[in-house]
Structures are given as C-alpha cells and as structure tokens.
Design a protein around this ligand. Structure first.
Ligand SMILES: NC(=O)NC(NC(N)=O)C(=O)[O-]
Ligand SMILES: [Zn+2]
Ligand SMILES: [Zn+2]
Length: 502
C-alpha cells in the first residue's frame, strides 16, 4: 500500500497544475502586484457605459489588457463569469491628459513620476503626456529624453508619453529634431514667451516654421504656449503702491488677452504650411491652455475654416475660477495665461459646448510651496502654475453641469480628442480592440475637497481646488486592464507603460 501514499503528493501536484492551467485565463498570480484585481479576463458591468455609440447598459469584457467585447444588457449573461458590477456608476474611457508637468528628473521635489501618476490614477487619468520642461534638464535632445525614460521606468502608475522641446538650439537643426522624434517623443512643444525655465528658451515664428516642416515628415504635432510678451509691465506702478502685487488684478494687468492674440496671430502665419499640399503637410499645431475666449479664439476659428491643421485646448481652472473671486495673496491661482474675468469664463464654456475648443488638459504645473510664496502672496514673483491633476474630472463635471455638459462630451474632451492629438489609436474610447483604460465614477456623489482629503501629489497644499465642494467621485481606474486605483488604494507595483512613438 505504501507506494500509493508516495504517489499522492505527485497527484496533488498534477491536479493543481491542471487547475492552474485551466483557470490561468482568470488568475495571473505573477502580475498581481500591478492590479488590485486577481483576474486578467473579466467583465466590467454597469448601467451607464459611455461608448462612441452612446450610453449603454451592459458589460465591457477585458482580457489581457484589452477590451475584447462591449456587450449590451440584452446579449449579456453575467452568470458564472468574473464580473465586477458597478451598478449605476459611470464607466467611461480613462482620461488622457496631454499637458502635465511631472518635473522628474531634476525637480522631483516639485512633483515626480510616482506622485504625479498616483494622483492621476486617483483622478481617473489613465494616460498622461509629460511636458518637456520644469524637469532638469529639459527634454530637448535624445540624451535628455533618455534621462526622462530612466526616471519614469517602473515608477509610473498610468501610461506616460513625452513631448520633446522645440527650442532655438534645435529648431534649425533637422538632424537633432529627427533624432528626438526617432527616439520616441510624440511631438514637440515650444513657448512664444519666456517659460520661466532657463534651459527652455522661447521660440519665434521662424523656429516654429522650421519645426513644423520636420514634424510634417513624422506626422506629429507641435504644441505651443501662445503668449507673446507686449510692453505692459512697465506701466505698472508697483513702486508707488498704486499696483499692489498681492492683488490678483495687478497680475492680470501684466498679461492681457492681447498677449495671446499676438501669439496666435503670429502662429497663423506659419500654420498655413500645414494645409494639404503645404510645405508642412502632415504636421499639426495645437494651441495649449487657451484663456482668452475673444479675439484669440476667433483667430483659431478662422484658421480652422481655411483648412489649417490646428486644434486648441483649455484647462479646468479657466472654466471654474474667475479673476474677480481670487483672494488677495492667494498665489495658488497664479498661472499663465492668467485666469480672466467671469464673462470670459462663460464665453470659454460656450465655445467648448459649441465645439470651437477641441479638448481639455490639466496643465498640472506644480512647484514647492516656497516658490508659490504662499505666505508673502506676491502674485508678481510667485511661480506660475496650477496644481490640479487629481481633480480635473470632478471639476469639469461640477462646473459644467450648469452649461448642460454630458458624459459623452466629457469623454470627447478628455479622452477621444486627446488620444487623437497624441496619436494613441488604441486609446480614448471604450471600444473592442482598444486598451482597457477605464475610469469608474459616481457623478452624483458630492465631496468637500478639504485639507484632509487624500491627495497624492507631492505638494498638496498648493492645490487650487482645496476648499471647494465638488461632485463626482472616482471609484476605480483601470490601465490596460490592471485595476491601478480603487477607492483610496493603489496597486502595489507601478506598472504603467512608457509610450514611445515609433
Ligand atoms: N513653466 C511652466 O510650467 N509653465 C506653465 N505655467 C503656467 N501655465 O502657468 C505653462 O504651462 O506655461
Ligand atoms: Zn504653458
Ligand atoms: Zn504647461
């Protein structure tokens, strides 16, 4: 009888092997640190799934990181399947933030890949494209892109791509630009005014024209900070006390809408190159963080009408705050271009609703509290940039409801259009074949964003939305099928993918 007992462990081993083999579809133990769910093949069910064909009740089938089917209720039999049922919570494509400054390497004390992407995940952002400046060195060459990649590798909780910098040093050097594009940046970014960062000098229309012609070959976009400095600062009377630097209105005077208008006017002399048959056909120009909803926007509309390849984004802070309500000395609200008056904010909303503004981005541009000069409150000397990345979804929704914003519009502005700009064709929509990049959230749930609210950015106390009541709670975020965030918890391992253009 002895031999039978000896066989038992062997049989048990064989049985467990077979068991694991057959259910490996559902369980992938080695990968489990990447996800708070132990399955790689599962269904996300909800009564409100936002698809390109409208909102449906049903389930999204996820396998191996991709969406393999989207099933309507009538065709859906959830029995005996691995289902995560979210009931009436909204299942939407994850947000794609095409404009975030994560400042890593070099200024990781401002933000960092781990902190910035954890905050992004907690806010339903599944992909972000990192700006080439505020980190040190700026991402303007193949070597500096390599440093970015090294800093990001295995430290990101969502997918991350990179914009490269178009600066005077590389603008007329096609070989250098091609090197950077070949190394994987998704496109280029430049400034038409001082950027506030020494190793990221500004470009003029000639640099931009040259950059566009190289980008045309690669069919990638150029993003431009569109403000040109006009001579207004000298009119300020700070010395004699007439213009108090602690008043937001003083700062506002230093960057009037004419700066944006001048830049866009200048840009349009070169965007005509992007038309079909033009010398930069294939290139695309994207105006970042538009604040002026008047003449500047009219110029962009005009360029679109005549066939230039051009798009424009604005940011949640321009849609939620207005100059009149910014408290004296509250430099958390300082950014460039500045937040303008309430009438301008209404106009921005209308332009967005009417389709003249193509998409939204966070322009998350944090720093350390010391450089925000929170105690001093001097708007003229404080660092310009808003910290917002974790809350862009509830902010857009909360302030947009009075304008009648729909869930489909959120998906269009935050996912579909940004995916197109960054040329991420497998992202930006809940559709079969796409990456399973998904946010699950409850639009109706309100919360007070007070100082106790969990925040994952490096410097939470400079966040511009603290003290606001918001509507829209993120329950879960999936990146390529991994549940990377669930109600206050992140997956243990940082398994976001680096996105490099090929
Ligand atoms: N160096 C910056 O990050 N600048 C940023 N600052 C803002 N927006 O105030 C920006 O995007 O221009
Ligand atoms: Zn900018
Ligand atoms: Zn920016």
């Amino acid at each position: 009888m002895d031999w039978q007992w000896k066989l038992l462990p062997l049989l048990t081993l064989l049985a467990s092997f077979l068991f694991l083999f057959y259910i490996e579809d559902y369980f992938k133990p080695p990968q489990s640190d990447c996800s708070l769910l132990p399955y790689s093949h599962f269904w996300i069910a909800s009564k409100r799934i936002v698809t390109l064909q409208g909102i449906i009740s049903g389930a999204v089938e996820v396998k191996g990181g991709n969406i393999i089917s989207v099933i309507k209720d009538k065709d859906w039999n959830g029995k005996s399947k691995q289902v995560v049922d979210y009931g009436y919570a909204v299942v939407m494509p994850g947000l794609i933030d095409v404009h975030a400054h994560l400042d890593d390497p070099g200024r990781a004390e401002w933000e960092g890949f781990p902190s910035g992407t954890k905050a992004a995940a907690a806010g339903g952002i599944t992909t972000l494209i990192d700006m080439p400046l505020n980190s040190f060195p700026s991402t303007v060459s193949t070597e500096t892109l390599k440093l970015k990649i090294e800093a990001a590798e295995k430290r990101i909780f969502v997918d991350v791509g990179f914009w490269g910098g178009l600066v005077p040093e590389n603008a007329f050097n096609a070989t250098a630009l091609e090197g950077l594009l070949n190394a994987g940046v998704l496109g280029l970014k430049s400034f038409m005014c001082p950027s506030g960062i020494n190793d990221f000098p500004m470009t003029d229309a000639n640099h931009i024209k040259a950059g566009l012609s190289v980008l045309g070959k690669y069919r990638r976009p150029l993003l431009v900070h569109s403000e040109i400095q006009q001579d207004v600062e000298s009119h300020l009377q700070v010395e004699d006390g007439a213009d108090d630097p602690r008043l937001y209105s003083t700062y506002l005077k230093t960057r009037p809408p004419s700066w944006e208008e001048a830049a866009i006017r200048e840009l349009l002399t070169v965007t005509k190159d992007t038309r079909i048959g033009g010398p930069a056909e294939g290139a695309h120009l994207h105006v970042v963080h538009l604040s002026d909803a008047s003449s500047s926007l009219d110029l962009i509309k005009e360029a679109k009408r005549r066939g230039d390849s051009i798009t424009v984004e604005t940011c949640p802070h321009y849609l939620s705050f207005s100059a009149e309500e910014i408290p004296d000395g509250d430099t958390r609200f300082k950014c460039a271009p500045p937040i303008r008056d309430a009438a301008n904010k209404e106009k921005l909303w209308n332009a967005l609703m009417e389709g003249h503004i193509d998409m939204l981005s966070s322009d998350h541009s944090p720093t350390v509290p010391e450089l925000k000069l929170l105690n001093d409150g001097n708007f003229l000397r404080a660092w310009g940039g808003i910290s917002s990345i974790q809350f862009v979804l509830p902010v857009t929704w909360s302030y947009g409801r009075k304008f009648g914003v729909t869930l489909e519009q959120l998906a269009l502005w935050w996912s579909e259009r940004p995916a197109k700009l960054a040329q991420q064709h497998s992202k930006g929509a809940i559709a079969t074949g796409n990456h399973a990049d998904i946010v699950v959230w409850e639009p109706e749930v309100e919360f007070d964003l007070n100082a106790d609210h969990p925040m994952y950015v490096k410097n939470p106390n400079i966040s511009a939305y603290i003290g606001k009541k918001l509507s829209g709670k993120v329950l879960a975020t999936f990146v390529r099928g991994n549940l990377v965030y669930k109600e206050g918890n992140h997956a243990p391992a940082a398994c976001g993918a680096l996105i490099l253009a090929t």
